[in-house]
Write a protein that binds this ligand. Sequence first.
Ligand SMILES: Nc1nc2c(c(=O)[nH]1)N[C@@H](CN(C=O)c1ccc(C(=O)N[C@@H](CCC(=O)O)C(=O)O)cc1)CN2
Length: 298
Amino acid sequence: MGYVPSDYTSEAPMNHSENAFILTIACTDACGLVGAFSSLIASMGGNITEANHHTDIKTGKAFLRFVFTNKTGSADDLRAAIQPLTEKYAADCSVYDANKPMKVVIAVSRFGHCLQELIHRQLAGILPIEICAVLSNHEDMRGFVEWAGIPYHYLPVSKENKAEQEQQIRSLFQSHDAELLILARYMQILSADMCRDFDGKAINIHHSFLPSFKGAKPYSQAHDKGVKIIGATAHYVTTDLDEGPIIEQAVERVDHSVSVEEFVNVGRDTETLALTRAVRWHAERRVMMHGNRTIVFK
Ligand SMILES: Nc1nc2c(c(=O)[nH]1)N[C@@H](CN(C=O)c1ccc(C(=O)N[C@@H](CCC(=O)O)C(=O)O)cc1)CN2
């Protein structure tokens, strides 16, 4: 099921004209760095339609993102053309086709609110992803996913078969040449090997305003504390549970009259908002890692 453009609201991601590319650059900052890359793009006939730049003063590291149209030349031509500058600045550069939706696999357990919104936003053309498959350790979401025309893979997991089950996840991911694994309320802790293999390619939604209330039952933890704001956090998955680099967060006010059951209901909206935004930023190549933090060019 392909990426279906639609004339949705202004929320819709920008549909780039033909031959549009994204170039991301990370390197030690240097005088003339921005000008060097923007001039190179211009010298190739490229027209920059969006430019983002941030330098972390403390570490001296620079992060750049250019979106540009280029009547001639492929992504490979561009990769070749930027090579001299890549070497000059010892830069970590990546070139992407701006019109190619990101292939993703979604993992879910029993709660489908984040999954359903991701599917809706793809169908509505407001999220530049192609959902290739959904996997789950339960059967709860099969009906909805297959109704949406997406393959559903039931992969039960236990302490005994965890390594085998995780190999099934790897195989499914590779079989679709996917770029992102989305843990959309997937309530299984990925092993260190999986975290290594999916480094920077797996996003989880945690149902609390991290770093508060890590681990299981965060709403109960928050309610017991009598918090006045609850939230959700979308982050990259690392071996340290709920410690990965944060991409997006969303919050909502609560008060003494709100039960823990209602926390869960309110949380559905904050979880969905934080995760769909994080997936959009990631799919539009707007997120760059910097240690255990992220730079997000919105
Ligand atoms: N390596 C990581 N794996 C996962 C992370 C992560 O940050 N690093 N986040 C979780 C999601 N999550 C909270 O957001 C979470 C999920 C599950 C548990 C947990 O204790 N699970 C139990 C089993 C629960 C069950 O079977 O229902 C367990 O795995 O033993 C804590 C936090 C996704 N994976």
